[in-house]
Design a binder for this molecule. Structure first.
Ligand SMILES: *[C@@H]1O[C@H](CO)[C@@H](O)[C@H](O)[C@H]1NC(C)=O
Ligand SMILES: *[C@@H]1O[C@H](CO)[C@@H](O)[C@H](O)[C@H]1NC(C)=O
Ligand SMILES: *[C@@H]1O[C@H](CO)[C@@H](O)[C@H](O)[C@H]1NC(C)=O
Ligand SMILES: *[C@@H]1O[C@H](CO)[C@@H](O)[C@H](O)[C@H]1NC(C)=O
Ligand SMILES: *[C@@H]1O[C@H](CO)[C@@H](O)[C@H](O)[C@H]1NC(C)=O
Ligand SMILES: *[C@@H]1O[C@H](CO)[C@@H](O)[C@H](O)[C@H]1NC(C)=O
Ligand SMILES: *[C@@H]1O[C@H](CO)[C@@H](O)[C@H](O)[C@H]1NC(C)=O
Length: 370
């Protein structure tokens, strides 16, 4: 689960007419981008498709960026679903090349997610936005046709899709939970929440007009997809995550503290080199001496009224003992809310034994419900 994202609370356009339910296909294995859970007005389920593009790294860390959540349901919610709240929303944020933040939040009248041949999936959010995963998953593209956002974003994958925990069959964290005594919310977090990294690394081309201004750049893309029967605030007290393409590496990490002071701290680590997976692990923090990743926040600064880290050191130790270390520094955040910060920043690192210091742009997130 790379980066959990949540539906932004302020919607610039709200429609209460919920028209279409989404189509759910049953394959022997669902396409990676297919819909995994039913979301409707009488349950609390949520499923979202996240995509992000980052321009070339710049010295102050705030490169051109674009992020979107195609949401079915609300990632953060208290109590039963408000039937008047829109089910189908788009939360778009980023930075123009001059460092100015933008945000576009929209509600669609309807949304459908349909499967075609192979891995092909098409998501349509009303007449506003569409995403399309190609049947070989080599291309993921998005198209926008709204006065506030129009144009295209195209990802060309350079890494294969994956689930967490190096599973080829299950998008959940069930393999981690074996042998643990789980609370009710942990049972959902470990066994029912799913993460699918459809495009862990790609080349990205962004060609958009956002609120009348051009947002055009080439860089790196990342796309994943999550689902859960309960909103994320019912499951976790904090959720740190990040991803980057740096030199020949694509990396991501997640560090999740379940709610109620649980000590079952979930970690994931994904690292590939030239598209070859070096690590794809999930585990309870501190339980492994090989094939693990360690995320260590450092520094402190105050943003949106909360004290947050200045960055993270993310270390990977492979099965064979080989070590990699990356230093991710956060710069400006958008969204920048007390419970949800998503920063652009810079990353430096690589193989420890080779002393590699590759540099790149990164995206970091902290979602917290203290
Ligand atoms: C909503 O989804 C639940 C599954 O979470 C299903 O049992 C229920 O029948 C659905 N309700 C409607 C009105 O479709
Ligand atoms: C979905 O909403 C759009 C308007 O946003 C409308 O044109 C279209 O007919 C709707 N589709 C369905 C299946 O209701
Ligand atoms: C930065 O670029 C955006 C989009 O072109 C523009 O709206 C904004 O005014 C610019 N900001 C500054 C400080 O130049
Ligand atoms: C979690 O720990 C904090 C600080 O020790 C304490 O105030 C709080 O009551 C604990 N919460 C639960 C649900 O145990
Ligand atoms: C992932 O699992 C496969 C077996 O399904 C194994 O061959 C491979 O080494 C594992 N990769 C990593 C990075 O753990
Ligand atoms: C994770 O485990 C390491 C020890 O392996 C420990 O130093 C670190 O504080 C732990 N992180 C969290 C968030 O508990
Ligand atoms: C990580 O990068 C930051 C910002 O450049 C720097 O201040 C810090 O010393 C670095 N930490 C390590 C352990 O290299």
């Amino acid at each position: 689960m790379r980066c959990l994202q949540y539906a932004l609370s302020v919607l610039s356009l709200v429609s209460s007419s919920v028209l279409a339910a989404s189509e759910i296909h049953s394959h022997s294995r669902k396409p990676y981008d297919g819909q995994f859970i039913e979301v409707n007005n009488t349950n609390s389920a949520v499923e979202w498709w996240y995509a992000q593009a980052l321009g070339a790294p710049v010295a102050n860390g705030v490169t051109s960026s674009f992020q979107i959540l195609f949401n079915l349901g609300a990632l953060v919610a208290v109590g039963p679903r408000d039937p008047a709240a829109p089910l189908y929303t788009l939360a778009i944020t980023g930075f123009f090349s001059n460092g100015t933040a933008f945000e576009v939040t929209l509600a669609a009248e309807n949304a459908t997610v349909t499967s075609g041949h192979g891995e092909e999936v098409t998501g349509t959010w009303g007449s506003i936005a569409r995403f399309h995963a190609s049947r070989d998953l080599k291309t993921f593209d998005m198209k926008f046709t709204h006065p506030q956002i129009s144009g295209t974003v195209v990802f060309k994958a350079n890494n294969a899709p994956h689930y967490a925990c190096n599973s080829t069959s299950s998008p959940t964290f069930t393999s981690v939970s074996k042998g643990l005594t789980l609370s009710e919310s942990e049972e959902v977090l470990f066994n029912q929440l799913g993460w699918i990294a459809t495009t862990p690394g790609s080349a990205a081309k962004v060609d958009l007009t956002v609120k009348g201004a051009p947002l055009k750049f080439v860089g790196n893309g990342y796309h994943d997809h999550n689902f859960t029967p309960l909103p994320i605030n019912a499951l976790v007290s904090s959720w740190y995550c990040g991803n980057a393409r740096v030199g020949p590496y694509d990396m991501s990490f997640v560090l999740v503290k379940p709610r109620d002071n649980s000590t079952n701290i979930l970690t994931t680590g994904y690292l590939s080199r030239n598209g070859v997976v070096l690590q794809n692990q999930c585990s309870i923090n501190g339980t492994k001496s090989r094939d693990f990743s360690l995320t260590t926040p450092y520094g402190a600064k105050t943003e949106a009224g909360v004290v947050v880290p200045e960055g993270y050191i993310v270390d990977y130790v492979l099965h064979n003992g080989e070590k990699f270390s990356f230093n991710l520094t956060s710069y400006d955040a958008n969204p920048k809310r007390a419970s949800y910060l998503r920063w652009v920043g810079n990353i430096v690192g690589g193989s420890v034994s080779k002393g590699e210091k590759f540099t790149g742009a990164t995206m970091l997130e902290l979602i917290s419900f203290p």
